[in-house]
Each structure stands twice: as structure tokens, then as C-alpha cells.
Design a protein around this ligand. Structure first.
Ligand code: NAD
Length: 370
């Protein structure tokens, strides 16, 4: 294992806390990266192979994502070693113990991430009163049910479409991954007149140039079936889905799905990144040079974290959705303007924006990171 100080640079981390409680087999880590903008928000990830390095990288990503979203929150992350599918009473005991051990770490607000959900956030809330992504029964805004991230994506696309003179009512969209993000993005965009011409989930992909029935596909997913079982159209391969004739392509599943080996088959004019890091850095640069607008993940998919921060501030559902629209529209506009003016990629523009916002907050502090 490397030296913990190897993680340090000008932005953080401010604190790294190792939590160990042998009585219940608890092993966890909290990394509070930077709280110059306010207390950090970041997910609690539970998996058997989590590491300090992963936790620190995710905490840094949250520092930039929260700053880019214009939230008064810094970045942090926590990880808990264990199988997230363990018996519920064991999982509850571990999460409650972890939260109790971090009771005094008011610089960190727990959120859901891989292996944790709103019920886990309710346990943390009950224990220490400091978590987001809560069930509606205790004042939460159910962001996945309402589609906060899919809504935010549709707002980013609404701004980007003007850059390429696209009319949404004539736009053909393709979505890879038909889960929480993908389904709601499909719903919001087709409500604006766009046509869904291709879609996939982990079981396969379907396509139809005249359009697929979104409400029917959502219903099929609710029943636990795959889009390929809808009978709406012929089944195609993942490569064919990427190469479909369309205007907007939305990755909403896994990382690195667009890479150097397949990037040349992309026909879309806009790629709106619902998933985190769905395009490799080299492919993103090459697509930009070809004139494809790649809306960066931490700008376009920030709807969820904006909703969570609004929930923490006691906002209503309407206020949260208004904040998502305003922040994502403004940020997308700024990123695209800088892209054009400074001849840089949207990702470079977004990173610049996030760093400036963190640095501006750091300058107001007696110390830097807090
Ligand atoms: P989800 O589990 O609800 O849905 C994921 C979907 O992707 C499922 O339909 C699954 O079948 C499909 N899928 C999995 N592997 C696939 C593959 N190889 N090809 C095609 N489809 C595949 O997850 P989600 O909450 O919709 O999140 C999707 C992505 O968006 C993740 O990368 C997540 O980190 C990111 N994200 C989610 C949110 C949020 O608010 N939920 C916010 C920001 C980013």
C-alpha cells in the first residue's frame, strides 16, 4: 500500500479517516477532499474490493462535480468493505456503526452510491441526521423515481441543440442503458417531440427508424423484462446501436463504451453523457475534432446531486427541479461558449470552470481547503 500523503495536492484531500470496529467486522474509509465551498456531499459505496485510492479519486470527482454544478458543497466520499447483498440486518448494523463512528465529521454528508440506497440513507439519517437521497416518508425527494438526472440531461441537450441548429421535434435519439437515467431521459426528450430510434439494456438492443413506444418500454422494464422482449422491433447488436443514424446518442449504462475501437462509427451530432466516463479521453478528443459535441458527464448528469443538495436544504420537489434546469442550462451554455471561444473541448472547458469555482472559494478561506 502506498503512502497516504501520495494522495495530497493543492486541492486536497483535507482528511482521510480509517474506521475500524472489529466487534461487528466494520472496515471503512472516509475521504473529505475539499470543503472550501461548504460541507462535502458524496456517496457511500459498499463493495468487497473498495480501496483508499478509489475513495480518494471519487471524493475528488465530487469536489469538481459539486463546484461545477454551482452547489455550496465540497467533495467527499466514503467506502465500506462488504458484500452489498449481505443479509439486511448485518448491512444495517454495519452502516449504522459506520455513521455513528463518523458522527462528529460534520464536513461530510452521506449520499447513496453503488451498493447503498435510500433505505441505507434513512439509517444514517436516523443515526446522525446527516444524509441525502432519503425516502419520501422522511422528507426525501425520490430522485430516481422522479428522474432528476434524466431531466437534467434533457436540459443540457436543449441548450446544445442550438449549437448545431437542431430542432428537437425532428431529432432522433438513441439511448444505451434503459434504467433510471435512460428511461427518464427518453420520457423528457420524447415529450419535447424527439423520436427514440434505438435503445438497449444489459440483455440487448432494439431499433426502429420510425420510433419506439417509450411508455410501453418503460412498462416492460417495470415488469422486470428487457427491451428486447417488447416485440416492438428487430434486435440489433451493441455495435449496430452505436452506428445508428441519429442526432443524439445517450450513454446511460457503463464506463468506456465509446473508445478508439468504435468511435468512428458514431453518426450522432451530440453525445450527452448520462453515465459517468462513458467515453475514453482519446475518443472524446477525436470526436470533438470531428465536430461531435460531447456534453461532459459531470455537467450533463448532475441532476441527481443537485436534487440531493436541494433536498438537504429543505427545498420542495418543484424548487429542486427548477434548480436543476437553471444550473444545468447555465453550465452547458458556459461550457459551449468557452469551447468555441478558447478552441478547447467541452471537457476541458468544464474542468476549467470547476477548478475556477473551487479556487475562488479557497481564496476566501483563512486556510485553503476548509
Ligand atoms: P440503472 O441500474 O437504473 O440502469 C442501468 C441500465 O443500464 C439498465 O437498464 C441496465 O440493463 C443497462 N445496462 C447495463 N449494462 C449494459 C450494457 N453493457 N449495455 C447496455 N445497457 C446496459 O442505473 P442508472 O441509475 O440509470 O445509472 C446509469 C449510469 O448513470 C451509471 O453510470 C451511473 O453511475 C450514472 N449516473 C446515474 C445517476 C442517477 O441519478 N441515477 C446520476 C449520475 C450518473
Amino acid at each position: 500500500m502506498g503512502n497516504v500523503f501520495d494522495l495530497s495536492d493543492a486541492f486536497g484531500p483535507l482528511k482521510v479517516i480509517h474506521v475500524h470496529e472489529p466487534a461487528c467486522g466494520l472496515k471503512g474509509i472516509l475521504v473529505v477532499d475539499n470543503v472550501a465551498r461548504g460541507p462535502s456531499i458524496g456517496g457511500l459505496r459498499m463493495a468487497e474490493d473498495v480501496t483508499l485510492d478509489e475513495c480518494a479519486r471519487l471524493a475528488r470527482a465530487m469536489t469538481f462535480k459539486n463546484a461545477a454544478s454551482g452547489l455550496s458543497h465540497g467533495g467527499g466520499k466514503s467506502v465500506l468493505v462488504g458484500d452489498p447483498k449481505m443479509p439486511k440486518d448485518e448491512k444495517e448494523r454495519l452502516i449504522r456503526t459506520f455513521a455513528a463512528a463518523l458522527r462528529k465529521e460534520t464536513d461530510y454528508i452521506f449520499g447513496p452510491d453503488m451498493g447503498t440506497n435510500e433505505e441505507c440513507m434513512a439509517w444514517v439519517h436516523d443515526e446522525i441526521g446527516r444524509s441525502v437521497g432519503l425516502p419520501s416518508a422522511i422528507g426525501g425527494i425520490p430522485l430516481d423515481t422522479l428522474g432528476a438526472t434524466g431531466f437534467g440531461l434533457s436540459q443540457a441537450i436543449d441548450i446544445a441543440k442550438d449549437q448545431c441548429g437542431m430542432n428537437l421535434s425532428a431529432a432522433r435519439i438513441v439511448i444505451q442503458g434503459f434504467g433510471s437515467v435512460g428511461q427518464h431521459a427518453a420520457r423528457f426528450l420524447t415529450e419535447k417531440g424527439a423520436t427514440l430510434v434505438g435503445v438497449s439494456d444489459s440483455h440487448g438492443a432494439i431499433a426502429h427508424p420510425d420510433g419506439l413506444n417509450v411508455a410501453e418500454l418503460i412498462e416492460i422494464k417495470k415488469q422486470g423484462q428487457s427491451v428486447v422482449e417488447s416485440g416492438q422491433s428487430k434486435v440489433i447488436s451493441a455495435d449496430e446501436l452505436l452506428a445508428l443514424e441519429c442526432d443524439i446518442w445517450i450513454p446511460a449504462a457503463r464506463p468506456d463504451v465509446i473508445n478508439e475501437s468504435n468511435m468512428n462509427s458514431v453518426k450522432a451530432k451530440i453525445i450527452a453523457q448520462g453515465a459517468n466516463i462513458p467515453i475514453t479521453a482519446a475518443a472524446e478528443k477525436a470526436l470533438h475534432e470531428r465536430g461531435v459535441i460531447c456534453l461532459p458527464d459531470f455537467i450533463a448528469n448532475a441532476g441527481g446531486v443537485i436534487c440531493a443538495a436541494m433536498e438537504y436544504a429543505g427545498a420542495t420537489q418543484d424548487q429542486a427541479f427548477n434548480a436543476i434546469a437553471e444550473k444545468i442550462r447555465n453550465n452547458t451554455q458556459t461550457v459551449l461558449e468557452r469551447m468555441a471561444q478558447d478552441k478547447i473541448t467541452p471537457r476541458q472547458a468544464a474542468e476549467q470552470l470547476a477548478k475556477e469555482r473551487v479556487l475562488a472559494a479557497m481564496e476566501t478561506r483563512r486556510f485553503n481547503l476548509f
